[in-house]
Write a protein that binds this ligand. Structure first.
Ligand code: BES
Ligand code: MN
Ligand code: ZN
Length: 484
């Protein structure tokens, strides 16, 4: 008989082509030291600002009919036919609040070369970060992708380490999500987590395959057992034991077919991104560890494929969970909350000060708020208020939604302790959040982000593709004094 968790042959497990160190070096090359000669980028907020542009340049602006709307770019030639400067429209003086990542529109609109912001910036860190994030390209599978670099000089007053840490986290998160499932299964996700842990001296423990049963993670095993790529629980620790305990749990479904409740083709096509929560958790971890945040960080990732096979879990099954609650399976496509339930039980056992889940959990979240604004649930109002502020300040917005207790009854099961879905069409993101909350009993604060993990249409600083939503927001919450 075939070993159900037979791993792929060695040659098929392509080494993950995105070591953190490579990303780091790439980003260091893009962020130039002050004093480097570079083409100036002049920010133009209004027609009045334009009036201050010298005559010859202004005639060029008028000849092109250029307006300083948000994100508009105009290259201004010099006498020799080169580029004298770049005019960048901001759409108004308050662009720093409206669109903090606006500078991300620049790399797509300028030729390769070295650039420098001239004049004051509302937030020098974010101006540089926007630019770096706008430079991101996923070239792993392009045979010829020797695009020449667009570099930016570190703005005055900017914090180089902080900018690089944020960009490094975002790039890692995007790489993870963009990598298709054939090259990013549970084993490869583990390899990337190990790379992150080794880079920062974190400890890591992985429980794999049938050990999930003996170590009491029955739901993670049930969801992942139909794949020949073994499911696993990745558990990483870092930081001083005495610091506030911050535990992040990220949904790591490497591909979500829906299971026996198979998704139709159009709903399945993007499901390589169903490990977007794990990507956001690891992105946050990189930012936190790179900048040595004074927290005791724990990252837990249940990693699995939700696949179809004879041994797959079924609708109607009743499964045990780590904390003893029995769960009736309403739909095998609601697999995320199952793997998260066991991971949350484990996290909750040590009573963390903060327990946060990142998960591409429901289609309903996208129906409610669209792809760019993740629902954010929190048990603690002070934490929620500060997190919302932090999120909006750094252009990684979230929107608060309620753990609406009266809807808890929608999860009633007639034969088990709980049904993991509501059988009605209402409040899908809320009932998913309420299901997760049932597994959190001791943590001082619990928060959950139902992220989309993907940018369907390019935006400034956000190329089309994977996006670890919420990672920068949470990082800002834990590192900013803006929200202390
Ligand atoms: N990974 C999906 C949720 C998802 C779908 C996120 C599309 C982003 C875009 C999740 O596992 C899922 O399939 N959820 C179901 C739950 C339902 C069966 C109760 C959903 O949202 O349809
Ligand atoms: Mn699903
Ligand atoms: Zn899923």
């Amino acid at each position: 008989m075939r070993d159900p968790f037979k791993t792929q042959p060695e040659f098929f497990m392509s080494p993950h082509a995105m070591p953190l160190e490579t990303t780091r070096h790439h980003l260091e090359d893009l962020l130039l030291a002050p004093g480097t000669g570079a083409t100036p980028i002049q920010l133009v907020g209004s027609d009045e600002d334009l009036a201050a542009v010298p005559g010859r340049e202004r005639r060029w602006v008028e000849a092109r009919g250029w307006k300083p709307t948000a994100g508009a770019v105009l290259l201004v030639p010099d006498e020799a036919g080169g580029i004298a400067k770049v005019l960048f429209g901001t759409g108004g003086a308050d662009w720093g609040q409206q669109t903090p990542m606006l500078t991300g529109a620049l790399p797509g609109a300028i030729p390769a070369g070295d650039y420098e912001f001239s004049g004051a910036l509302p937030d020098p860190d974010l101006a540089a970060l926007g630019f770096l994030n706008g430079c991101y390209r996923f070239n792993r599978y392009k045979s010829s992708a020797n695009e020449e670099a667009k570099c930016i000089v570190l703005p005055e007053g900017a914090d180089r380490d902080r900018i690089l840490a944020m960009a490094e986290g975002v790039y890692l998160g995007r790489n993870l999500i963009n990598t298709p499932a054939n090259d990013l299964g549970p084993a490869e996700l583990e390899a990337v987590a190990r790379d992150v842990a080794n880079t920062f001296g974190a400890t890591i423990k992985v429980t794999e395959g049938t050990s999930l049963l003996s170590d009491n993670f029955p739901l993670i095993h049930a969801v992942g057992r139909a794949s020949d790529r073994a499911p696993r629980l990745i558990d990483m620790h870092w930081g001083a034991e005495s610091a506030p305990k911050v535990t992040i749990v990220g949904k790591g479904i490497c591909f979500d077919t829906g299971g026996l409740n198979l998704k139709p083709g159009n709903a399945m096509s993007l499901m390589k991104k169903d490990m977007g929560g794990a990507a956001a958790a690891l992105a946050f971890a990189v930012m936190a560890m790179r900048t040595k945040l004074p927290i005791r960080l724990r990252v837990i990732v249940p990693a699995a494929d939700n696949s179809v096979a004879g041994n797959a879990f079924r609708p109607g099954d009743v499964l045990p969970s780590r904390n003893g609650m029995t769960v009736e399976i309403g739909n095998t496509d609601a697999e995320g909350r199952l793997v998260l339930a066991d991971a949350l039980s484990l996290a909750d056992e040590e009573q963390p000060d903060y327990l946060v889940t990142f998960a591409t959990l429901t289609g309903a979240a996208r129906v409610a708020l669209g792809p760019d604004l993740p629902p954010f649930y929190a048990t603690d109002d002070d934490f929620a208020d500060a997190m919302l502020k932090a999120a909006h300040a750094v252009g990684d917005p979230v929107w608060r939604m309620p753990f609406w207790a009266p809807y808890d009854k929608l999860l009633k099961s007639s034969i088990a302790d709980v049904n993991h879905i509501s059988d009605g069409p209402f409040a899908g993101s809320v009932t998913a959040a309420l299901f997760l909350k049932r597994f959190v009993k001791k943590a001082a604060r619990y928060a959950h982000l139902d992220i989309y993990g993907w940018v369907p249409r390019e935006q400034p600083g956000k190329p089309r593709g994977g996006e670890p939503n919420g990672a920068r927001a949470l990082f800002e919450y834990f590192s900013g004094d803006r929200n202390a």
